[in-house]
Write a protein that binds this ligand. Sequence first.
Ligand SMILES: *[C@@H]1O[C@H](CO)[C@@H](O)[C@H](O)[C@H]1NC(C)=O
Ligand SMILES: *[C@@H]1O[C@H](CO)[C@@H](O)[C@H](O)[C@H]1NC(C)=O
Ligand SMILES: *[C@@H]1O[C@H](CO)[C@@H](O)[C@H](O)[C@H]1NC(C)=O
Ligand SMILES: *[C@@H]1O[C@H](CO)[C@@H](O)[C@H](O)[C@H]1NC(C)=O
Ligand SMILES: *[C@@H]1O[C@H](CO)[C@@H](O)[C@H](O)[C@H]1NC(C)=O
Ligand SMILES: *[C@@H]1O[C@H](CO)[C@@H](O)[C@H](O)[C@H]1NC(C)=O
Length: 338
Amino acid sequence: MNLILSRISFLCVCVFLVLQSASICDQNDQNVLLQVKNHFHNASCFSTWIPETDCCSWSGIKCDENDANPGRVTVFKIGANAVNNLTGQIPPILGDLPLLRKLIINFQDNLTGTIPLSLSKLTKLEILHLCCNNLNGTIPDFWSEFKSLNLIGLHLNYFSGSIPSSLSLLPNITRLGLFSNSLSGSIPESFGSFKSKTIHSLTLFNNKLSGTIPRSLGEVNFTDIDLSNNQLTGDASFLFGKDKPIQRISLRQNKFKFDFTKVDLPLGLRSIDIANNEIYGSLPKGLDQLSLDSIDVSYNNLCGHVPASRLQFQLYYFTYNKRLCDVTLPPCKEIIDA
Ligand SMILES: *[C@@H]1O[C@H](CO)[C@@H](O)[C@H](O)[C@H]1NC(C)=O
Ligand SMILES: *[C@@H]1O[C@H](CO)[C@@H](O)[C@H](O)[C@H]1NC(C)=O
Ligand SMILES: *[C@@H]1O[C@H](CO)[C@@H](O)[C@H](O)[C@H]1NC(C)=O
Ligand SMILES: *[C@@H]1O[C@H](CO)[C@@H](O)[C@H](O)[C@H]1NC(C)=O
Ligand SMILES: *[C@@H]1O[C@H](CO)[C@@H](O)[C@H](O)[C@H]1NC(C)=O
Ligand SMILES: *[C@@H]1O[C@H](CO)[C@@H](O)[C@H](O)[C@H]1NC(C)=O
């Protein structure tokens, strides 16, 4: 009996020790989090955020696992695919979690207001994901000190004004998603000289961007670029090029105007959409050598013939060009390059 009791108490001591060593939440960080919870009126997604417990174990929170900064909050994540109905603005106090690496508050139905300037203090951020909210105002221009940021997702909000040029100063950015907002003005000239050699995805579709695009954009090694549904004009042919890593390009629904004939299609291209522009000339030569998943060149001023091998794609995607298929769906023979 005594033996059992002493074993139980030994066990208890062990459990206590384990709990002790895991319970390392930084007091300042915990206070900040509790203010965030209060800011959102103790919404149900904060039900595990109980003051007496270790904040490193709260849902959506992770702490530094290194010895360097034990117990400091590094991840703040609410949302993902759950809709929590958070109502209100992004609490400025979040700027007081200085070691935060991931700030993710996405897919909230009712998160409004602007990005608080206090977030400029979060220079350790690697991921900033605030998509799919009702945020508005301008995108702040405070990016020059963010050395580690590699993903920005601000898409599907109501941001307006122009795209801040300091975004191109981010030395480690790989994906920049600003699509489906109300951004206007032109694509900053600086975007042609991204400091990051690793940016591969630029998605600016569904905005109100206008003007010509910087020529130097053709020197950035994108794999995915989507500028569709804007009011962009002029030449975009320099985005193409035989040796470019581009796999997906969409210029759809703009006012681009250039000769498609001489475009050197990237060999790894999988998807191309230039529909609804004022692009002229004929389909470029290399088209039948590509392993495309999709192509749409409809509603342009193209002329000439569609290579037979491309007719795997519905004829529709080639129609409504001046001579290409301006006739109401001609018999295939007439448009097949023998
Ligand atoms: C949230 O809960 C705390 C503790 O239960 C309480 O003191 C505070 O007033 C609550 N805040 C709101 C906005 O309801
Ligand atoms: C979100 O709000 C709706 C309507 O206000 C409600 O029916 C739903 O239960 C709420 N969801 C959560 C997770 O609180
Ligand atoms: C959304 O927020 C507004 C104001 O911030 C509030 O009046 C409204 O009730 C909220 N809607 C839901 C569904 O929580
Ligand atoms: C942002 O939205 C709020 C309502 O949620 C509105 O009062 C405010 O004027 C908007 N600001 C801008 C710059 O559109
Ligand atoms: C840049 O991002 C990569 C991962 O994409 C990471 O391994 C690297 O440490 C980052 N560099 C800096 C300076 O944060
Ligand atoms: C793009 O890739 C090419 C070929 O891999 C390389 O020579 C060039 O330096 C890269 N450009 C940038 C801006 O990283």
